[in-house]
Design a protein around this ligand. Structure first.
Ligand SMILES: NC(=O)c1ccc[n+]([C@@H]2O[C@H](COP(=O)([O-])OP(=O)(O)OC[C@H]3O[C@@H](n4cnc5c(N)ncnc54)[C@H](OP(=O)(O)O)[C@@H]3O)[C@@H](O)[C@H]2O)c1
Length: 357
């Protein structure tokens, strides 16, 4: 689904400069136009309720407009113009400088502007007592599955070889494999991975998946935990990584795990660059053990000009575009999370900082 121009402006697709430069909105927002709040002793206190927005990716002003309409009692502040830190009860962030969240004494909840939260939890001073909610799907699943299926079919149907043949004007039919004879493995069977696994299974692939805890999905052979990993990898001819980046999954695609894949296997990483030990991946590609890597995410983004991935004949590079939240769906979810928090109800999408997702 293509975002409308308005939606693109409205949400993720709009890159902004440093937040302090963002359209001058911060200064008046920080001025504090919110209502007074009833103190515990029944007297009106001077404390304003506020939400702090922090992202180097998302444009803040569309959020401020929606919040002014939907939550007029919340003063919308844009980092780094946080105003009185005591006022801030909510943080709406993609990521924010390490240590900032810890300085907000009355912070009640953090709402992430993405499905992954590693960029928030990496803060060594992350206030683990504050609840953290992430986006669930918000239009991502369809796009992630689309990207992954495109990559899987490209590998499965040997399209890179046909493209090379075309360049040589060579008319030659290559052996084909029926999907029922091709095993595709999905690492991570959460909101995104489960969607992909179901769709691969419908396409007729022998589909297997790997998760931290046991799972059951129609048409998908499910493995879990360290105990199930070797068998999962040993069968997986095309592996799609859809794991969250956590201390346990950091560097999970390394020389040891790559060796466990069948010879000639392919890998598709659309989760986080930190899952892959890049030197190990290159070595596996160079040795021919791995036939192809389709990579949307990298250790350091943008990928450096001289990075070997750019020109490696077995690597496909895309610039972290596998999926972007759909503006309207993400906003609906964020507003619903806030509504529930304000009403004392339980929102969806709570993250457990102890396990990292
Ligand atoms: N590149 C992009 O454009 C983009 C866009 C969106 C999201 N993402 C990435 O995609 C990730 C997945 O998103 P999601 O919404 O599907 O997450 P999710 O619903 O939390 O699912 C995570 C899955 O990974 C499994 N898992 C976690 N730790 C594991 C471990 N140590 N060993 C084995 N399995 C483990 C979980 O197992 P259990 O089921 O047992 O809990 C779960 O199945 C996000 O965290 C984000 O990093 C990337």
């Amino acid at each position: 689904m293509r975002l409308s121009d308005e939606s693109q402006q409205f949400f993720m697709a709009t890159r902004v400069g440093p937040p302090s430069e963002s359209a001058g909105g911060a200064a008046d927002a920080a001025g504090g136009s919110g209502p007074y709040r009833q103190g515990e002793d029944g007297e009106a206190s001077m404390r304003t309720k506020a939400i702090l927005f922090g992202s180097d990716f998302d444009a803040p002003l569309p959020f401020r407009e929606v919040f002014a309409r939907e939550f007029p009692e919340l003063d919308f502040r844009i980092w780094p113009d946080a105003g009185r830190v005591e006022d801030i009860e909510y943080a709406l962030i993609w990521k924010i400088d390490d240590g900032v969240l810890r300085t907000l004494p009355n912070l009640r909840a953090i709402l992430a502007l993405g499905a992954g939260v590693d960029q928030i939890l990496k803060d060594p001073a992350f206030p683990a007592h504050v609840v953290l909610y992430r986006l669930l799907d918000a239009g991502l699943a369809a796009q992630m599955s689309e990207y992954a299926i495109h990559a899987v079919l490209d590998v499965h149907r040997r399209m890179a070889e046909y493209r090379a043949q075309q360049r040589r004007r060579e008319w030659r039919r290559l052996d084909a494999v029926h999907p029922s004879e091709r095993t595709v493995g999905v690492m991570g069977l959460g909101v995104l991975g489960a969607d992909l696994a179901r769709k691969l299974s419908v396409l007729g692939f022998r589909t297997i998946g790997w998760s931290r805890t046991p799972k059951s999905l129609d048409g998908v052979g499910c493995f879990y935990g360290e105990g199930g990993m070797a068998e999962f990898l040993g069968r997986s001819e095309i592996t799609v990584v859809l794991l969250p980046l956590t201390p346990e999954t950091q560097g999970i695609i390394n020389s040891k795990t790559l060796r466990q894949l069948p010879r000639g296997a392919a890998i598709v990483n659309i989760a986080r660059g930190g899952h892959v030990v890049e030197a190990d991946l290159l070595a596996a590609l160079d040795s021919g053990h791995l036939s192809r890597a389709v990579l949307d995410v990298f250790h350091d983004e943008p990928l450096a000009d001289d990075h070997p991935f750019w020109t490696h004949p077995r690597v496909v590079v895309t610039p972290h575009i596998a999926a972007q939240p759909i503006a309207e769906l993400a906003m609906q979810q964020i507003l619903e999370t806030l509504r529930r928090l304000e009403a004392g109800e339980t929102p969806m999408g709570r993250v457990d900082p102890a396990i990292g997702y």
